[in-house]
Design a protein around this ligand. Sequence first.
Ligand SMILES: [Fe+2]
Ligand SMILES: [Fe+2]
Length: 352
Amino acid sequence: MRLWIVIVVVVPPRGVCCGIRYNLELSKLTICNHGVEMGTRGPQYQNRLRDALRPDTERFPADGERTAERLLRSVRRLTLDPETEVTWDSPWEEGKWFLPAELVSLYGTPLWEDMSPAQRMELSRHEAACHAWTAILGEVILIPMLARHTARLDPASKHVEFALTEMEDECRHSKMFARLIGKLGSPTQPLGFLARCRRRLLSTMAGPLEMFTLALTFEVVLDQFERAAMADESVQPVIRDVFRVHVIEEARHTSYAREELARRMVTCAWWRRHALSLLSGRCADLLVSQLAPPHIYSEVGLDARVAAAQASTSAHRHATLRSCGHQLTAFLTEIGIIGPLGAWLWRRARLL
Ligand SMILES: [Fe+2]
Ligand SMILES: [Fe+2]
């Protein structure tokens, strides 16, 4: 017996669903790429229309074009090439840190007091490599999300031009951090099977809200570490150069993510807000554990279990992380992403 499968494709007429931006005749509605002027038929009717327009405002955010245009002007003014900005061939300077001592995970613990100066310096070298590896991981997760986001937008928009520029920046940064890890000569742990699955799932499923939340979580916390290190003369000049390049170019990315997120959260459904709260808290937790994984303590001759326990209960580490996360957590709380459950996860990560 033959089995016939009939696939019916229903194509909604232009003006329905996502295409509502085209001249709806309802209620003297005038729609353009930069805004919506509503008619005067009462608040309920207007709310319904606003809901109907939601997919469209997502495709063409009201001020997204202006933000992207401003940031693109900054790209033309200031884009740094790590090839020439970083003195890659200069040797490591004797007695200089790879991260400021105060940012090393064990600083201020009883174990730190017992460590020799060489061990402390060596630990800062491993943590600098972990920082670079964390930055790469954040960027390689973000790039496919940005690519998918771009595919849904108008290719002629400034918004797309900036998203493509951001991908270009992130590729350059990841290459720079990979080169730094090679120069540091510190072993890094590749992602395990479960982490790779999580990354793949996140890259595939995430929408713009998840993407911008994730981008901010990674970029702002790392940025605070980098700002402190680049201003510290006791740190190796090569590390300071790398961080300077990253801090300058990331300022555009965080500005873009911050503005997009704040704009999109206005129309975010309650259940998605809770999902974002959990996602951001979980990412914050993973980010912090990635900055000082237990295997680096074994590399400097310490008991990994004891060292990890002391780092996780260190008051100094807690204060450092909290001050690095302060700006971000205040912003995410203000726009409603950090709720009660998310706050618990952020506290667990010691960023709140
Ligand atoms: Fe970056
Ligand atoms: Fe970035």
